[in-house]
Design a protein around this ligand. Sequence first.
Ligand code: MG
Length: 369
Amino acid sequence: MKDKRVVILGATGTIGRMSVNVLTRLDQFEVVGLAAGKDVKTLLEIKSKFPLAKTALTNISSEDVGFCGQDAVENLLSSTDPDIVIVGVSGFIGLKYALLSAKYSKRLCLANKESVVTGGKFFIDSVKASGCEIIPVDSEHNAIFQLMKSEKSEISFVYLTASGGAIRDIPTDDLKDVTPDRVLKHPVWNMGARITIDSSTMFNKGLEVMEAHFLFNLDPKKIRVLIHPQGKIHGMIYLKDNTVKALMSNADMRIPITYALCYPERTALFEEFDPAGTFSLFEPDPKRYPALDLAYRCLKLGDGSRIAYNAADEVAVQAFLEGKIRFTQIYDIVEKVIEKGWPKDVKDYDSIEQVDREGRIIAMEMLDR
Ligand code: MG
């Protein structure tokens, strides 16, 4: 029986298409809404699989789509009465859509990390106040969520694992010369362009440290990062008796998506996992990945610095993809933007949006220099 109504935001993106793949295999969910930015062709292809789904486009208009424009997502959510919203959009806009989704549904399957990073405590409190729960889809946080659920005693600290990206083995001195094509060849995960570049700089892991801080209400000192090139361990928790629990699975985003949809049930949809093999776990070199230390620094500095970290990185990654700056300049630009100084407390949506906008403007000015 189809007893859960699902809306997918960002339906045509990487997470969205994987969610579609999952949802076509599960009987208990009815997809009632699909939203995308401007890819109308893919949106309509997806809709053909879910005849009852209403559609929305945020960035362009189309006669074939139900809701278009600025209020398209809100109109979609208010007219479909979803139980669950998969927030698969990427970037800062995810904050706005995740907040809206919390208002209209009971569960966010949250793949958008920028909403947690930029919204911080304001975001977590707002979602809770709406009576909505968050099940993280980001694989590391999904792993930590699962591990914490299974543990009653206090957790000493958590480990987020990182692949180290496609250029993990290139000497640090040569990093300035790597091309976007080279960095986009991620060894383990199949993801969008920004997150793949962010994996190589570890800005992604920096954002994930911030994400873990707010999702699990953990002191930053209790959040550690280890490089794990094999991509089989997604998260670990360290317990007070000096034992460590790890969560392992294939590196396939459809697994955390399925978990987040079905929680607290488990459903086997994909190929079996073979835990055999050689594993390595090692500490990241701070000289190669300065973005990680900068993330911890931003957590100390406060709300504005986190928002600026995300905004400046988004601008710098785009500039790198367009060939305007070198790989190592991504970090240089973000660090300089942070050093401008940002307010410690940013506690409402409009103020967050304003800091985001200022962070982008300052980053863009640096590109022009
Ligand atoms: Mg992740």
